[in-house]
Design a protein around this ligand. Structure first.
Ligand SMILES: Cc1cc2nc3c(=O)[nH]c(=O)nc-3n(C[C@H](O)[C@H](O)[C@H](O)COP(=O)(O)OP(=O)(O)OC[C@H]3O[C@@H](n4cnc5c(N)ncnc54)[C@H](O)[C@@H]3O)c2cc1C
Length: 379
């Protein structure tokens, strides 16, 4: 006999999107159950940099969403003991075309002047022990970025949801079919009023026809991590350089980007082909996380390519120095990507909402998005 249970809302997937929605629901007093196939969840969320990166989001709805997410990360950090540094970020410019983009960004982006400033090399040196000084022209300081440890976050947030809000956790439980208002698992039958499907790159299990129609694809990224830097060592601001100005939509409106893009296409064709830009963040244990490349397609091979890792490290060394860059781990992650859209929110049948497609910004946007989704679906 299967046990029969009831919840107001079932969340499928305990990646950051599912956890953010469960948190928003639990705060509103809803009875929530989370089903997660793996134990622990080992999708995109545990594999990322742990960067909450509002500076990369374009002004308007997405930047507001990122800033709201930031507030919620700061709210949950003390509740969970999560390592969460208000590190800010530095975009470092070594070439005149990079400096031009930073200047234009500062002049033309609403509210950039409140949270950002252009720093001289000496000012950069005071903020960052790792930013390379040789050839540095300037750096864009932004105060809004947070650095969390994703492996810790994926562990402590479910614990907090269970202990503080009574959220039921069903790790090691795949949901293979939803027959509203029922969800059946091998050992239980649940009756629920609503379901949120937050399954990340798994398009195959639930509602595959919705994903096929959406045009969504998958992006594979290669990542590296160093050995710990030592007790008490901190990176300070998360770092990046010129290639990142071509990656994030926040810089898309800058007309000076064309000249930078033209030079990068000419000088760094392998980086362009592999869609490499390089970010540097840290973990709770003072390891440095380094990445990444981007390959697009519905199926990805399971292999990591050393030429890509080497290109990432070569570029890293062009703007970062003075830390122990001995590599201890290499891995890849995959996230869903929908060209030209920041998310995919669809109701495939009454009572079921799919929340997906957050691309490379799930840590940055999920908590803010969850509040919007709940308001929209009257949950
Ligand atoms: C390498 C890398 C670096 C990144 N860096 C950053 C960053 O620094 N900052 C940032 O903002 N974003 C970053 N991102 C993007 C971010 O990680 C993703 O947007 C985010 O993790 C997506 O979260 P998710 O919950 O949708 O997916 P996932 O974390 O993949 O979670 C989905 C979960 O659903 C479960 N699941 C699926 N189907 C079922 C089912 N039928 N039944 C039960 N469980 C199911 C899976 O097991 C999985 O655990 C990065 C991504 C990668 C890959």
């Amino acid at each position: 006999m299967r046990e029969r249970k009831h919840a107001d809302v079932a969340v499928v997937g305990a990646g950051i999107v599912g956890l953010a929605h469960a948190y928003a629901l639990a705060k509103r007093g809803r009875k929530v159950v989370i089903f997660e196939r793996s134990e622990p969840a080992v999708g995109a969320s545990i594999r990322n940099f742990g960067l909450i990166w509002p500076v990369g989001q374009p002004a308007g709805v997405l930047r507001e969403r990122a800033l709201r997410s930031r507030e919620i990360w700061l709210e949950i950090a003390p509740k969970t003991g999560l390592w969460c540094m208000a590190s800010g970020s530095l975009h470092l410019a070594y070439r005149p075309d990079e400096r031009e983009v930073l200047l234009e960004f500062l002049e033309t982006t609403p509210d950039a002047q409140e949270s950002c400033a252009l720093l001289t090399p000496a000012e950069v040196a005071r903020k960052s022990r790792v930013a390379r000084q040789e050839g540095l022209l300037c750096g864009l300081w932004s105060s809004t970025e947070l650095n969390v440890d994703p492996r810790q976050a994926l562990r402590v947030i479910p614990q907090m949801l269970q202990q503080e809000y009574g959220v039921e956790l069903r790790f090691g439980t795949a949901v293979n079919v939803i027959t509203m208002p029922h969800i059946e698992t091998p050992s239980e039958q649940w009756t629920v009023e609503q379901v949120l499907v937050c399954g990340g790159q798994d398009f195959e299990t639930l509602y595959p026809e919705v994903f096929a129609a959406s045009g969504i694809t998958k992006c594979k990224l290669q990542m590296l991590r160093t050995v710990p830097q030592g007790a008490g060592w901190t990176l300070g601001p998360s770092l990046c350089a010129g290639l990142t100005l071509l990656h994030y939509d926040a810089f898309k409106h800058c007309s000076t980007r064309a000249e930078l893009e033209e030079r990068v296409n000419r000088e760094l064709p392998f980086y362009v082909e592999q869609h490499i830009h390089v970010l540097l963040s840290q973990t709770a244990l003072s390891e440095l996380t380094i990445g990444d490349s981007h390959a697009y397609g519905l199926t990805h091979d399971p292999f990591e390519y050393e030429a890509i890792n080497q290109a990432i490290l070569d570029y890293l060394h062009s703007f970062a120095a003075g830390a122990n860059f001995t590599i201890a781990e290499r891995w890849h992650g995959i996230y869903p990507k929908l060209e030209g859209q920041a998310d995919l929110i669809v109701q495939p049948e009454p009572g079921v909402t799919i929340v997906n497609g957050l691309s490379g910004a799930g840590m940055t946007l999920s908590f803010g998005l969850a509040e919007e989704v709940l308001a929209r679906t009257r949950l």
